[in-house]
Design a protein around this ligand. Structure first.
Ligand code: ASP
Ligand code: MG
Length: 407
């Protein structure tokens, strides 16, 4: 007997019929003698429609009230599932975020979980109830309803699993697991059996949108094994776990691509102490996240400095950079948003040499020019022209022997 947390995403609870399907799975797990805690998302599309409604009502919806509105999506699904389970003869109880005592900070619309009471959930489990908790929501210390940012029910699930010391946290979604790359780009993508927390963190921050990144941070911190799998079949999915020896034998585990990138270059920046701080402080003050940064070598007391931001921040970052350029005497600001970042990720890289050389050669063979390069211990990223993004993913996938065997 185990204590199992299961989270079902929006498409898995997208209609009453689908919720019935979820109920059957939940019942089966419970019948096997396990204690189960279920976390649900809103029905697919509901959070988007609620956001739209809010913008119809107000050009700038108040964030506290937006949280009150958005939390209703999950309130609906937990009630429906609990009703269905009760009709099937199970004791099921739905809990909203505040009832499950999910405390967060006061940051409306992107709150962070601070603590989870857990007592109410534990008491109900002891009475053999199936506990159905609304994902994505919590409450701050003044009792305001908060939400955790888009995709936040993954984080609810992992945090609850950590708080109640669950044996496993299953994330049910509409894909079979985590793939070596996006199967829509490369049909030779393979489902991975296991991936380490660190690789998953690199992959999700690079655009693999299976799990909210914060949920992986939680899972790593509290060592919660996460099983990402489909709610539409019985196949095993992908285990997101601590690094193990088998993973280290593989040099590269996955290839990702992120087109949400834009590049800004400041030309002829004076090469003096304090200049980088002058450029990046106003960007930080404007809450703009800078990704890659490259400074060229100095020529005649000057250098060029290039960095990337997301497309959403591009315009604001350009305006800020132009102002700074004037202040520091940089001659020109060049920008481009037709770029993409392709990355190879793998914990095995730590003990292997030649990964960068293989990556660069594979891109060179296709005549793909590399504009910027950045690395971490377990990742190498190259900035390339956006039109080559898909091709680059496919050639890297085969260069690192990730292609699935032809069947
Ligand atoms: N319903 C929320 C969203 O669409 C939270 C989630 O599904 O994880 O972002
Ligand atoms: Mg999601």
């Amino acid at each position: 007997m185990a204590l199992i947390v299961q989270k079902y995403g929006g498409t898995s609870v997208g209609s009453v019929d689908r919720i019935r399907n979820v109920a059957k799975r939940v019942a089966k797990t419970h019948d096997q003698g396990n204690d189960v805690v279920i976390i649900l998302s809103a029905m697919a599309g509901v959070t988007d429609s609620l956001i739209k409604l809010a913008h119809e009502a107000s050009p700038r919806p108040n964030k506290r009230e937006l949280d009150v509105l958005l939390s209703t999506g999950e309130q609906t699904t937990v009630a429906l599932l609990s009703m269905i389970l009760r009709d099937m003869g199970y004791s099921a109880t739905s809990l909203l975020g505040f009832q499950a005592d999910i405390r967060t900070d006061a940051q409306s619309c992107s709150a962070r979980i601070i603590s989870i009471g857990g007592d109410r959930i534990q008491d109900l489990i002891r009475e053999r109830h199936i506990v159905v908790v609304a994902g994505f929501q919590g409450h701050d210390e003044r009792g305001n309803i908060t939400t955790l940012g888009r995709g936040g029910s993954d984080t609810s699930a992992v945090a609850i699993a950590a708080a109640i010391h669950a044996d496993t946290c299953e994330i049910y979604t509409d894909v079979d697991g985590i793939y070596t790359t996006d199967p829509n780009i490369c049909h030779k993508a393979r489902k991975m059996d296991r991936i380490s927390y660190d690789e998953m963190l690199e992959m999700s921050s690079l655009g693999a949108k299976v799990l909210q990144i914060r949920s992986v941070e939680f899972a790593k911190k509290y060592n919660v094994p996460v099983h990402v799998r489909s709610s539409f079949n019985e196949e095993e999915g992908t285990m997101v776990v601590n690094e193990d020896d088998a993973m280290e034998r593989l040099v590269v585990s996955g290839v990702t691509c992120n087109k949400d990138q834009a590049r800004i270059t400041l030309k002829k920046v004076p090469d003096q102490p304090g200049i980088s701080a002058k450029i990046f402080t106003p960007l930080a003050d404007a809450k703009i996240q800078v990704d890659m940064i490259i400074q060229n070598t100095r020529t005649g007391g000057e250098t060029d400095l290039t960095f990337t931001v997301s497309k959403a921040d591009f315009r604001e970052a350009t305006e800020i950079s132009k102002k700074v350029a004037e202040q520091i005497g940089a001659t020109e600001v060049l920008t481009a948003d037709n770029i993409a970042k392709v990355s190879v990720v793998g914990v095995g890289m730590k003990n292997h040499s030649g990964v960068a050389a293989t990556m660069f050669s594979a891109l060179a063979k296709e005549n793909i020019n590399i504009r910027l390069i950045s690395t971490s211990e377990i990742r190498i990223s190259c900035m390339i022209e956006e039109k080559y993004a898909e091709l680059a993913v496919r050639v890297l996938h085969s260069a690192f022997n990730l292609d699935k065997e032809p069947c």
